[in-house]
Ligand binder design. Sequence first.
Ligand code: NAD
Length: 486
Amino acid sequence: METEPTAVMDCLHVIDGKYVPSHNQKTFVNTNPATEQMIGSVAEGGKTEIDWAVAAARKAYYGGWKNSKWSERAAILRRIGELILQRKDELAMLESLDTGKPLSLSTAVDIPRAAGSFHYFSSLISTLGTEAYPMEVGALNYVIRKPIGVVGLICPWNLPLLLLSAKLAPCLAMGNTVVIKPAEWTPMTATVLAQICKDAGLPDGVVNIVHGFGKDAAGEALAEHPDVSAIAFTGENHTGKQIMRAAAGNLKRLSFELGGKNPNLIFADCDLDKVVDTTIRSSFINQGEVCLSGSRIYVQRAIYETFLQRFVAKTREQVVGDPMQAQTNIGALISKEHYERVLRYIDLAREEGGTIETGGSRVKGCEKGYFVEPTIITGVSQDSRVVREEIFGPVVTIQVFDTEEEVIRQANDSHYGLSASIWTNDVSCAFRVAEQIEVGLTWVNTWFLRDPRTPYGGVKESGIGRQGGMYSIDFYSDISTICMKY
Ligand code: NAD
């Protein structure tokens, strides 16, 4: 790599407003996946540190935050959003060093969208109303929202600050206190966010962070903790199942955003220029490490060859390499393990009889770092593992279809159900297909666009519950009815 890391940071836990090491001083190494260089050491927490953090969060909850005024919370959230924007360049750099994603992407998307969540939920709680039902017998029923207590947020590594903020903003907005377990690969921006929260005036103990691993470690201890009322988790399906079991002890409320194997349905009458450009993004942006990535591409036979030719040509133009360079489109995968896993899937595609149209190996010229070429696979059947399993890398499959019924069947033939994109200029076809696809979010002639007021989440094994707008407010509050007789 030409560019040396320019920021190095050690991460401690943040508990009750203080930076603290683990009780046994244990740490683990944080590595830049683009250079394989150590960029910091991270405190490794477990049950003890989770106990400390939950106790601090409980103290802050009953010590005042539970009964804080919504106007105070709205003002603090707004300041958090502003401080994130003020520190945008630093946060974007840390995010890229941690994840390997292009700096241009973290600057344009990750950090501004994280700030956007705080601004949005600040406005939303400033306008929240309620329901009231007068009864003929002389009574008034009205509905209030109360916070739910201490909430655990367990986060993934692909969009670290963005996804954390989408949970944290509504959670704080409703008066809860929080223990965050960032992904072990990406501890840095969460740690800075804790400082930003403090600078914005958030009382000590309202936001706590415990770094560490998941299974038999900090993540599991948080999911099990009897004083935690709810867990909001984003990550893999099998982790979701483990968390569900661990959380059963006190019947925690759960919000799960899990994996996806999202279909792109491309009909012959589509606007091909737009489809090719957007499909490049939906396939390879963030190295394909996006839960909403359109990794199963279905193309109608009449345009299959043309689409393939143009899509392959455009894929070959993608610049893979140093995340710090402005022209880079695709950076490094998160870790050696994940990189090897993605390469194994490409080998598997070959074993399953697939053709690698482009890509298919590590990037030549990058001796260090976990760089995989953007890869297009054809010639695989619907029941091959590369069509069925989430690869979570810059790897897509393309299959051909003839009829609307056939592609709906193929698209729905998955235990995932997160999102889908339909490409057609036939409005009736778009309506018909959109209603039939078994996913939580369907795009027509676009991808990755969503108004923050709309619900977001998966059906089938892609998740439980919805986030976004009032759906987040519902998750992070207890709804109570008061019936007053007069
Ligand atoms: P992961 O499940 O491996 O890890 C996520 C978090 O869970 C980490 O903080 C990890 O330490 C923790 N964890 C792991 N095992 C645990 C356990 N037994 N108990 C408690 N915590 C545990 O997921 P990942 O690899 O970080 O993220 C990639 C996955 O996330 C992909 O499947 C992707 O599709 C999914 N994802 C989904 C969405 C969505 O909105 N649906 C968004 C982003 C990512």
